[in-house]
Design a protein around this ligand. Structure first.
Ligand SMILES: Cc1cc2nc3c(=O)[nH]c(=O)nc-3n(C[C@H](O)[C@H](O)[C@H](O)COP(=O)(O)OP(=O)(O)OC[C@H]3O[C@@H](n4cnc5c(N)ncnc54)[C@H](O)[C@@H]3O)c2cc1C
Length: 482
C-alpha cells in the first residue's frame, strides 16, 4: 500500500480515522468466521457520506479494492479483507438521523446497532422487526448487505421487507438514493438489488427503515418431543392449520444440551424442542396459541411449558438465542452452516444429516428457524485432531448439497460471502451467474467493491484486483467487459 494513499486518506478523514499499524490492522482480518484471516492494507473509518466518497475516489484512482465492514459479526466471510484491500469500517456512522413515527420510519446511519433502533422508539410503542440473534451487536449496514433474518422474520419478513430507502456510494464516487419512504416508487426496484448484495454493489451510508407498532400481546410456549420427527410434524401441522406464528424455532438434543450448559435453564433431556411465539390482538393470540398447543400435543409433544411471566419468557428466548455460542461448551470447535429446505422436508433432512455425520465420525447440533425451513447445522469438531477440521468442512459442504437436492438453497440468511462462493455454481447455472454479474457490473463497473465474494471464480469486468488483464473470452471476441 502506498504511503501516498494512506496520507491522502488521513488528510480526508483525520489521522485517527485511518489505521495502518500492522498490529491494529489484524483486528480487521476476519468477521465472525475466524479462519482465512487476511490482514488488509489499510482501514478507513469515515464519519459521513462525503468521507465515504473521498475513500472510494482515492481507492479507485489507486486501483485498490474496498471491503465494506459493519460490526464484523457476519458468518460467511463477507467482510473478510481481500489481499491488499482497504477495509471501510462504518462503525463511526452510528447516528439515528430522523424519526417519523407518524409515517412509521427511521432514517439511520449504517453503523447503528440493530437493537438500538428498537430501543430508540420503544417508549412510543414502536419497534424494528428483523431480529437476527446477533441483534445486540450487528449493524444495520451489515443487515442490509446480508438481507438478514431472525426468529420473527417468519411472520414479519426479512430485512428486505423493512428497508424503504438507502443512500449508497457507488464505485465511481457518485451518491445515489434508492427507494423512498412512500410506497411504490415507479421504475425498476433497484433498492431490492441493493438489499442482500453483500457489499458488492456499493457502500450504504444511510437506510430508511420501516417501524412497526408493538403487538398488543405475545404468547410463548416451549414444547418438548421425543425426536425431531415429531417436532417437525408439529411445525408442519401448526402452519398447515393456517396459523402464522410470530416465530417457531427448533432445537435438537445436542443444541438443548449446549443451551442448558450455557444458561442453566432447566430444560429436560429430550430429542427436540420447539419455542413458539404468537403475537397480535389479545383475543386472536389467545385462540391461536391454544390451538397451536393442541396441535403440538397431537404431533406427540411430551411436555408443554408456558412462561409464567415476561422474565421467564425472556429466559426461554435467551436459551434459544444463545444456542450458537453455547455449542462452544460442548465442543472446542464448530462450523455454523446455514441452508434452506422446504418446511415439509425438515424431518427427513435432519435424519439424513444425522446419518452423514455418523459416517463422518462427527456430531452435528441443529438449532434453527423451523417455520421457514432455515437450518443452522452446527458441525462439531476438534481441530487438535489431525484431519478433523477438513472432515468437518467436507460434511458442511455435503449438508449444503443436501439442501440444494431437497429443493432449497445454500444460504437462508448468512449470505454467500467468501465461504460459500464455491457452491454458487452448484445451485445456479452459468447463465444465472452471468446475469448476476451483469447486475453487479451495472453498479460497480470498476469491480472495486468486495472482490472475491459471492461469485465462484474470477470472471469478467476486472474481477481481480490490480491491473486489468483481459479474460480469455474477451481475447477470443466471445464476451465483452462491462
Ligand atoms: C452469534 C451470532 C448469531 C447470528 N444470528 C443471525 C441471525 O439470526 N440471522 C442472521 O441473518 N444473521 C445472523 N448472524 C450473522 C450476522 O450477525 C449478520 O449477517 C449481520 O447482518 C452482519 O452484520 P455486521 O454489521 O456484523 O456486518 P459485517 O459482518 O461487518 O458485514 C457483513 C457484510 O455486509 C457488508 N457490509 C457491511 N456494512 C455495509 C455497508 N454499510 N454497505 C455495504 N455493505 C456493507 C460487508 O462487506 C459484508 O459483506 C449471526 C452472527 C452471530 C455471530
Amino acid at each position: 500500500m502506498s504511503s501516498a494513499l494512506a496520507r491522502r486518506l488521513a488528510a480526508a478523514l483525520g489521522r485517527a480515522h485511518v489505521i495502518a499499524d500492522p498490529a491494529e490492522l489484524r483486528v480487521y482480518a476476519c468477521d465472525g468466521i475466524t479462519h482465512g484471516r487476511t490482514t488488509p492494507a489499510l482501514v478507513a473509518l469515515p464519519g459521513s457520506t462525503e468521507e465515504v466518497v473521498e475513500v472510494v475516489n482515492a481507492a479507485r484512482e489507486a486501483g485498490v479494492p474496498l471491503v465494506p465492514r459493519g460490526a464484523g459479526t457476519g458468518l460467511s466471510g463477507g467482510a473478510r479483507p481481500s489481499p491488499g484491500s482497504i477495509v471501510v469500517s462504518l462503525a463511526r456512522m452510528r447516528r439515528i438521523l430522523e424519526l417519523d413515527l407518524e409515517n412509521g420510519w427511521a432514517r439511520v446511519e449504517p453503523g447503528v446497532i440493530n437493537l438500538d433502533v428498537s430501543r430508540a422508539v420503544a417508549g412510543a410503542g414502536w419497534y424494528y422487526a428483523p431480529d437476527p440473534s446477533s441483534q445486540g451487536v450487528c449493524s444495520i449496514g451489515g443487515n442490509v448487505a446480508e438481507n438478514s433474518g431472525g426468529a420473527h422474520c417468519l411472520k414479519y419478513g426479512f430485512t428486505t421487507n423493512h428497508v424503504l430507502a438507502a443512500r449508497v456510494v457507488l464505485s465511481d464516487g457518485s451518491v445515489v438514493d434508492l427507494g423512498g419512504p412512500a410506497a411504490d416508487a415507479p421504475g425498476y426496484d433497484l433498492l431490492a438489488a441493493m438489499v442482500g448484495s453483500e457489499g458488492l454493489l456499493g457502500i450504504a451510508t444511510e437506510a430508511t427503515l420501516r417501524l412497526l407498532r408493538k403487538p398488543e400481546v405475545t404468547r410463548t410456549f416451549f414444547a418438548t418431543f421425543p425426536s425431531t420427527d415429531e417436532a417437525g410434524a408439529a411445525v408442519s401441522g401448526i402452519i398447515a392449520a393456517g396459523i402464522l406464528p410470530a416465530a417457531i424455532e427448533m432445537m435438537d438434543r445436542l443444541a438443548i444440551v449446549a443451551a442448558k450448559a450455557a444458561t442453566g435453564l432447566d430444560w429436560p433431556d429430550v430429542g427436540a424442542a420447539l419455542l413458539m411465539d404468537a403475537d397480535g390482538p389479545r383475543a386472536e393470540v389467545e385462540h391461536v396459541s391454544a390451538r397451536a398447543i393442541e396441535l403440538a400435543r397431537a404431533a406427540g409433544a411430551l411436555e408443554i411449558r408456558v412462561p409464567r411471566d415476561e422474565a421467564e419468557r425472556q429466559l426461554m428466548w435467551k436459551g434459544r438465542k444463545s444456542a450458537f455460542a453455547a455449542v462452544g461448551r460442548i465442543s472446542p470447535n464448530y462450523l455454523v452452516e446455514d441452508g434452506v429446505i422446504p418446511r415439509s422436508e425438515i424431518a427427513r433432512v435432519l435424519r439424513e444429516i444425522e446419518r452423514m455425520a455418523g459416517e463422518a465420525g462427527l456430531r452435528v447440533a441443529n438449532v434453527f428457524h423451523a417455520g421457514d425451513g432455515n437450518l443452522h447445522p452446527l458441525v462439531l469438531y476438534d481441530a487438535r485432531n489431525p484431519g478433523e477440521e477438513e472432515r468437518a468442512a467436507a460434511l458442511g459442504g455435503e449438508i449444503l448439497r443436501l439442501c440444494i437436492r431437497s429443493g432449497g438453497s445454500i444460504t437462508g440468511e448468512h449470505g454467500v460471502g467468501a465461504e460459500k462462493a464455491a457452491y454458487m455454481a452448484e445451485q445456479f447455472a452459468p447463465e444465472d451467474l452471468e446475469t448476476m454479474q451483469r447486475v453487479r457490473c451495472a453498479f460497480d463497473g470498476a469491480a472495486l467493491m468486495n472482490p472475491g465474494k459471492v461469485f465462484p471464480t474470477p470472471r469478467l469486468c476486472g474481477e481481480r484486483p490490480g491491473p486489468y488483464r483481459p479474460h480469455p473470452a474477451e481475447v477470443a471476441g466471445l464476451a465483452e467487459r462491462w
